[in-house]
Ligand binder design. Structure first.
Ligand SMILES: [Zn+2]
Length: 333
């Protein structure tokens, strides 16, 4: 079976028009009406998605809300919470309509430097009521500001505690951003790498040995830059021999294969190891364009993995299915 662990569903676009209207209002708290739409409308919004994913042989997708769906930059927490609940509800409805094709990952109502209480409450609701088996973690809810500590900080400990208690993994994934100088291409992989480097330099995995975290988009630039990381860590180990190697720290994390280039996919698997890689495509999204050299969509990831000659059949099974089942232990249920 091919399990795609990284995908987003949009749902009816008019829902976001309604949310944007709310963001444009002023006032402290507001009552947020539930945006209503029919199952038929939801099906209509899913049709092209389902066709595209089936065409490349993917059998099951772990779907979460789009990265821009949670308005982390709004200063009204109740608005962030309400909108997040509604997009999570939309994801759960998609799963209900297509149980054989979709499984739900939730988003959390995060806001810069605010404690994670609302996020934890939504996690409980997502797991117990909506059947979510994991979550997306936005490493930078401050959208470029410095108020939110990095993911190695104890600020995040209540989240890690909850993830372990519920046995749900987290996918580090960029969210909305308001840079004028940095395009999405830079922002996402930079913030995902910043989050992962911080975890690798912290005692988080000593404090939470059962914590499961996946770094999105092929681990950002981590596989490519591991040599410099080794240099830093070796210098630190010379001063403190009790430290583990950076490769050991790197292998405490998991990585998805959302990379649209043969050599990049191969480098990722070689550096982090087969057992740390989960198949992911982020399909459909901006990688859905056709590569004139191959005639296939850039985000048709399976052929890249199939083409790696040194992988065994067992390795391929692990990447396409086995590792996802291990990491997302609620998948079996
Ligand atoms: Zn994504």
């Amino acid at each position: 079976m091919i399990i795609d662990t990284h995908a987003h569903v949009t749902g009816p676009m008019e829902m976001y028009e309604y949310f944007r209207g709310l963001a444009g209002t002023s006032g402290a708290a507001m009552r947020v009406k539930k945006f209503e739409y029919s199952d038929e409308r939801l099906e209509e919004s899913l049709a092209a998605h389902l066709r595209e994913v089936a065409a490349v042989g993917t059998e099951l997708q772990l779907i979460s809300p789009r990265p821009w769906a949670v308005p982390t930059g709004d200063r009204r927490e109740n608005l962030i919470v309400e909108i997040t609940r509604q997009v999570n509800d939309m994801i759960a409805r998609c799963v209900k309509l297509h149980r054989d094709r979709f499984v739900a990952l939730g988003a959390m109502p995060q806001r810069a430097a605010v404690n994670l209480k609302a996020a934890l409450e939504e996690m409980d609701r997502c797991v117990t009521e909506l059947g979510c088996i994991g979550f997306k973690i936005n490493p930078d809810p401050g959208e470029g500001g410095a108020e939110t500590p990095n993911m190695g900080d104890e600020y995040w400990y209540p989240l890690y505690e909850k993830m372990v208690a519920l046995d749900v993994p987290g996918l580090i994934h960029g969210g909305p951003f308001r840079f004028s100088r940095e395009p999405e291409l830079g922002y996402f992989i930079t913030e995902e790498s910043v989050g992962a480097w911080a975890l690798m330099r912290s005692s988080v995995f000593q404090d939470f040995p059962n914590l499961k975290i996946i770094v999105g988009h092929g681990g950002g630039y981590i596989p490519y830059q591991i040599g410099r990381a080794r240099g830093f860590r070796m210098a630190e180990m010379a001063r403190d021999p009790s430290l583990e190697s950076i490769d050991e720290s790197m292998r405490r994390l998991y990585y998805d294969t959302v990379l649209y280039n043969q050599e990049s996919v191969e480098l990722l698997i070689k550096i982090v190891g087969v057992d740390r890689c989960l198949f992911g495509s982020d399909k459909p999204a901006n990688g859905s364009v056709i590569d004139p050299r191959t005639g296939r969509a850039l985000n048709d990831i399976k052929p890249y993995i199939d083409a790696i000659e040194w992988l065994t059949d067992a390795d391929r099974y692990a990447i396409f299915e086995g590792n996802a089942r291990k990491v997302y232990s609620r998948l079996a249920a």
